[in-house]
Design a protein around this ligand. Structure first.
Ligand code: RFL
Ligand code: PHB
Length: 396
């Protein structure tokens, strides 16, 4: 392989989602060199509509990365969320229940855009449309990654590989099966999501439990709404013309709220399956898994993107210790530290999903128990506080 096809960096990051981009930016600020390989085009990555709620800890990391300007000026600070059930709306005061903490409503697409812009402004290298990316020799001290770009096979030699390539990525798949353990729960439903340029129905989010299934009213700005309804996992977007979506959303909301829903033609519609998943450990020699590559939560707790960010926090500490202070043990600590927070968010997301959705096997007893739990949640300060401290994000 000629020199032009072979380069070197300290950290080769696979994937330019929020995890890979945030990691690249924080490493750069710490003085550690990194290159990103992304399978898709930049436009494709920016076209994905996903998460919308950022924990304070995630915003802090964006600040440290020098990328929080627009999040602060355009994001919406929310100090509460609403639960809807049995025809009425109940507000949970997140700030009161969490010692004054709030969340920021700011779309993942915008986070990605801001991180990409910062990366470009600093002249840092991302290879988009990198095909057949293969992490190699990570069980030794000289790992490398090969990929194809414009028909040419290339190689990046590195000290460490960061697998930030999402649930379907190549990094986790490259680990020998006997070195990894996985834990999984698939839910028997999905979320049908719709984005529209219409003012949100409420200032704060509404999580609605209804006999027809769960619904969520969220937003991206004062003029752009993001709504979701629980749907059968085998449904396709074609099954959900806009009119059907709006009817089903209204049906699942309290009447006075439903009357206030303003509709507009959809800008984007997609269906996401719901899944809980964790891979352990997060380190295999010189390969580190980070974000959705290592774990998935159902979106009900708004934790996916935030967990990716907290992994990055722990990984930056580990890699800074290794590269800047020669502390190889820092690398050992990453997996245990990150997983402790991951499992707490897995628990919260599983619990909130189980509480709010309708399951095919539900009987009358399950429905009564759920209603009792919802009553307890909105009626008990202690229960509301436990919800709030998880929703705004547990401390690192
Ligand atoms: P990402 O965002 O999936 O980014 C991974 C990147 O890696 C690239 N990639 C590869 N690159 C090179 N070689 C390969 N072989 C590669 N394979 C994959 C991909 O193209 C991609 O650019 O993972 P990351 O960075 O860990 O970030 C995690 C978050 O994106 C994720 O947790 C959340 O978006 C989850 N999630 C949601 N979370 C919420 O909190 N609220 C939501 O409403 C919400 N909606 C969603 C979601 C995830 C979805 N997925 C993964 C299908 C909706 C969907 C549809
Ligand atoms: C979103 O706005 O897309 C969103 C908000 C809260 C969630 C999930 C998704 O729990």
């Amino acid at each position: 392989m000629s020199d032009g096809r072979r380069t070197r960096t300290q950290v080769c990051i696979i994937g330019s989602g929020p995890a890979g981009l945030l990691l690249g930016q924080l490493l750069h600020r710490a003085g550690v060199d990194a290159v990103i390989l992304e399978r898709r085009s930049k436009q494709y990555v920016l076209g994905r509509i996903r998460a919308g709620v950022l924990e304070r800890t995630t915003v802090d990391l964006l600040e440290r990365a020098g990328c929080a300007g627009r999040a602060h000026s355009e994001g919406l600070i929310h100090a509460g969320v609403n639960l809807a059930f049995d025809g009425s709306l109940h507000r949970l005061d997140l700030a009161a229940g969490s010692g004054g903490k709030t969340v920021l409503v700011y779309g993942q697409t915008e986070v990605t855009r801001d991180l990409m812009a910062a990366r470009e402004a600093e002249g840092l290298i991302t290879h988009y449309a990198a095909e057949d990316v293969e992490p190699q020799d990570f069980d030794g001290a000289r790992p490398f990654v090969t990929f194809t770009e414009g028909g040419v096979r290339r190689r990046i030699d590195c000290d460490v590989i960061a697998g930030c390539d999402g649930y379907h990525g190549v990094s986790r798949a490259s680990v020998p099966p006997d070195a990894i353990r996985t834990f999984q729960r698939d839910y028997p439903f999905g979320w049908m999501g719709l984005l529209a340029d219409a003012p949100p129905v409420e200032e704060e989010l509404i999580y609605a439990a209804h006999a027809h299934g769960f619904a969520l009213c969220s937003m991206r700005s004062p003029t752009r709404s993001r709504y979701y309804v629980q749907c059968p996992v085998e449904d396709r977007v074609e099954d959900w013309p806009d009119d059907r979506f709006w009817d089903e959303l209204r049906r699942r909301l309290p009447e006075d709220v439903a009357r206030r829903v303003e509709t507009a033609p959809s800008i984007e519609k997609s269906i996401a399956p719901l899944r809980s998943f964790v891979a352990e450990p997060l380190r295999f020699g010189r390969l580190f898994l980070c974000g959705d590559a290592a774990h998935i939560v159902p979106p009900t707790g708004a934790k996916g993107l935030n967990l990716a960010a907290s992994d990055v926090h722990y990984l930056v500490e580990a890699l800074s210790g290794f590269f800047l202070e020669g502390d190889a043990e820092a690398l050992d600590r990453y997996s245990t530290r990150a997983l402790a927070r991951v499992w707490k968010a897995e628990r919260f997301s599983w619990w909130f999903t189980s509480l709010m959705h309708r399951f095919p096997e539900d009987g009358a007893f399950d429905r009564r128990i759920r209603r009792a739990e919802l009553d307890y949640l909105v009626g008990s300060e202690a229960a509301a506080a436990a919800f709030s401290e998880n929703y705004v994000g547990l401390p690192f």
